[in-house]
Design a protein around this ligand. Sequence first.
Ligand code: ACO
Length: 402
Amino acid sequence: VIDIAKLYSQTGMFTYDPGFTSTASCESQITYIDGDEGILLYRGYPIEQLAEHGDFLETCYLLLEGELPTAAQKADFDYRVTRHTMVHEQMARFFQGFRRDAHPMAVMVGSIGAMSAFYHDSTDISDPQQRMIASMRMIAKMPTLAAMAFKYTIGQPFVFPLNSLDYTSNFLRMCFAVPAEEYKVNPVLSRALDRIFILHADHEQNASTSTVRLAGSSGANPFACIAAGAACLWGPAHGGANEAALKMLEEIGSVENIPKYIAKAKDKNDPFRLMGFGHRVYKNYDPRAKIMQKTTHEVLNELGIKDDPLLDVAIELERIALSDPYFIEKKLYPNIDFYSGITLKAMGFPTSMFTALFALARTVGWIAQWKEMIEDPSQRIGRPRQLYTGAGPREYTPIGRR
Ligand code: ACO
């Protein structure tokens, strides 16, 4: 049935590229990755410099606007984000409809999608002003939604945003403050989490971002598109990997068990993979993983955690894997998720929240990419083709004769 010549003649070219390993779906000016060299640039700026010197909202401005803000632009942007952190009271009731033991990502996907019902005054994508309001709303409200998902699943009352705090401190407070107890944000932890958000902010056309673009290409409203991206992120081969990586380190348990797991990872007949290792684009050390490793040490030092068995397992696993011919030959290096789980756990987040934190940070990348697509005059609905390998034409058989 496959008639390649016919497919070719329809378009002038036909490619079959499962997983899109060599097909660009768009032009973009936002993020550049050189996977062989281990380079990641946001709008031309190296991730290392942004993580060292900037803050997350500055990165948001950069990704959305294309340039670093001046002091006045930054103050204005911070103020505008801060003004949008509250969610509609009805939204809080919407949360009550979920089971308490729901996964926070299930709650996130549902609540992000529900924003289109609560904020439908900013869903006209043809209006640049509405696009901007929807963008600001999403960046501002995502920490509130993530903290609400967390509080709801642990059975605690929601904590309202306190807008005198910076973005990440506000989020930490919404997660960890409890009524009638004083809560002081630890600035070292807040800075570390802010850096983690910077590292996760964008990563060009990964699966969730491509999902957002594909959903957006039909003209769907921005909240629905971001919900689609969050749903895609949830999978263990993508954003769910930090959760899976930590579970794997816990399962390994101690350094002596590592060789057994390395052997499992190399066994072709065993589906086990070393979670937090390997990347579709990086065939070198993921530059974010290096910054993440440093951040892990800072957080553990600050919390006075001297001997963390999980960190010991992680360091030894990395050492062994990086000297093993299997991993060297396949260019499998630790990715950002390898160390992020240890850090987030030390901060007090349960594993089930890890992907929600990733979604929070990636929201700005999704929006920046969505806006770029909407504003691109050559934009058309995304419509991949297929190679049909099913049955050829045949006659219908009535049910009594089958
Ligand atoms: N452990 C052991 N072997 C691996 C691993 C791993 N983590 N990752 C890839 N391989 C092997 C595969 O078995 C395959 O071997 P083969 O060529 O002999 O068949 C080869 O390396 C290539 O693997 P693919 O799955 O074809 O590579 P792909 O680019 O499609 O996958 C992915 C990349 C999904 C990230 C993969 O490396 C993986 O599953 N890693 C573990 C999950 C993970 O950490 N995901 C996080 C990604 S980063 C992010 O989302 C922020």
